[in-house]
Design a protein. Structure first.
Length: 359
């Protein structure tokens, strides 16, 4: 009978069958080797849980959070003891200066970032814990600003900071107090952009910020690095510096901190910078005093006004939030009649309220 209609002949069940299984086994070994190779050479993820992406150039890039994920519950207000405008408002009320207190309340009632400038680790931790507890009660996100880098402000109005050997221990101590809080951390305003005009920072500053990023990552924090502003550093240079500083491993960068440029201008600059960096970094913009736009100087300019009320965006673009990073009413330095940097200046605060953005 034909072979296909009955029992197969011994030849098909013998040598030919064994040869077929040998080929199948060999093919399986090759496939396994290819898969193993791909696993070994695939780019390392930017996150410990295995998620993350890589740029076409091969850089590991952490996954970016949405605006809602970066700022769950929205922006937290500061506790009363940390809210400097609130302290001044209460003093004015106690003195019977009700109109002045009402004006200052327009600043005090907004969520404002908390700046960490105290070189004492224990006092810094105490501040962080108070702000975090207060934010937890509100179900909102606290925003901290690290501002203690060695050779801060290149010796200018806001000079200070820790010593070289104390900075990273200070950062790690602060991180232990923040860990698991979901806080947003803005790392050292001016620290990167200032390299453009302070050449002595060129060799040391970027490696130090990179180590700071390493200390901050993996603790449930959302981190942004110094992106300067539209009128400080060429975009290509800033993108290179940010990559060296570790922007690939954080949420992105911030712009316009303590400055006065309008949102549309800063947003255009930030989008261009993000494109130059690659990997889709997100950004936040300081709008605390930009209600009247650039006024010809960064240092206590006449006619400046409060910007938009701080808020988290809808998350449809790379802009995560418009923040009040600089505390309105604190001086930029002893310029244009101001007191020392960081000191309350009531007349200037009232001017910011008077000239505020009203739409």
């Amino acid at each position: 009978m034909p072979e296909h209609e009955g029992t197969p002949t011994p030849r098909r069940n013998g040598t030919g069958g064994r040869r077929q299984w040998v080929w199948i086994a060999a093919a399986a070994i090759v496939v396994a080797a290819v898969v193993t190779t791909l696993v070994v050479v695939a780019p390392r993820s930017g996150k410990p849980d295995g998620s993350g992406t890589a740029t076409p150039g091969g850089r590991d890039v952490a996954d970016r959070e949405s605006a809602a994920e970066a700022f769950p519950g929205g922006l937290a207000h500061q506790p009363a003891d940390e809210n400097q405008p609130g302290i001044r408002e209460r003093q004015a009320r106690a003195e019977g200066r009700i109109d002045t207190a009402d004006q200052i309340s327009r600043i005090a009632d907004q969520p404002i970032a908390t700046w960490l400038t105290n070189t004492s680790r224990s006092e810094t931790r105490a501040t962080i814990r108070a702000v975090v507890r207060n934010a937890e009660q509100q179900g909102a996100t606290p925003v901290f600003v690290l501002y203690n880098v060695p050779d801060r402000d290149c010796g200018s109005y806001s000079k200070g900071g820790t010593s070289d050997d104390e900075y990273l221990p200070w950062v790690r101590s602060a991180v232990r107090a923040m860990a698991g809080s979901g806080a947003v951390v803005l790392v050292e305003p001016d620290a990167i952009a200032q390299i453009q005009v302070c050449k002595r920072l060129e060799d040391s500053r970027l490696p130090l910020i990179r180590k700071t990023v390493d200390a901050l990552t993996g603790h449930g924090l959302t981190v942004y690095l110094d992106g300067g502003n539209e009128n400080r550093v060429p975009t290509a240079t800033m993108a290179d510096w940010l990559r060296q500083a570790g922007v690939d491993q954080v949420q992105g960068f911030f712009t316009n901190v303590s400055n006065f440029y309008r949102v549309d201008q800063e947003r255009a600059y930030a989008d261009e910078l993000a494109d130059r960096i690659g990997g889709d970094p997100h950004f936040v913009i300081d709008v605390s005093r930009n209600g009247q736009g650039w006024r010809g100087t960064w240092c206590n300019p006449d006619g400046a006004g409060l910007g938009q009320e701080p808020h988290v965006t809808g998350g449809t673009t790379r802009l995560d939030a418009l923040l009040w990073v600089k505390t309105p009413g604190l001086s930029d330095g002893t310029c244009n009649g101001g007191p020392a940097a960081g000191q309350w200046w009531e007349s200037y605060a009232l001017g910011l309220v008077e000239n505020r953005k009203r739409d």
